[in-house]
Design a protein. Structure first.
Length: 111
């Protein structure tokens, strides 16, 4: 069974692209648009990896803060100075390529 990834991304096109890249490399994915929807998914499944966009800082901060420091989380951020990522987790800056995404995922410990 492939590792499960939860993708939290508000932009539909980017969310679809991230999921397509992960599936191409045999990861199973669930994708949601909001941190609130992510919390509901977390009640249903145990995920090995998380790719979380920081577009909604208030609710996203709470979601990210809920993870242990050793969780397999990759954050996505634009260059907005008010959108500072949690330093515990690797961050991809928009725009990023599929290769950059997959390099970050592969750098995480195996789940």
């Amino acid at each position: 069974m492939s590792p499960m990834v939860l993708v939290v991304e508000s932009y539909p096109d980017l969310r679809t692209g991230i999921v397509a890249a992960l599936r191409r490399y045999q990861y199973e994915c669930d994708a949601v648009a909001t941190p609130e929807a992510a919390v509901l998914k977390l009640r249903e499944h145990a995920y090995a990896y998380f790719v979380i966009d920081l577009d909604s800082p208030d609710s996203t901060d709470e979601l990210v803060a809920s993870f242990e420091p050793d969780a397999n989380v990759i954050l996505i951020s634009d260059d907005d100075p008010g959108n500072e990522p949690d330093q515990r987790f690797p961050t991809l800056r928009k725009p990023f390529s599929r290769d950059e995404l997959m390099a970050q995922v592969r750098a995480l410990p195996a789940a």
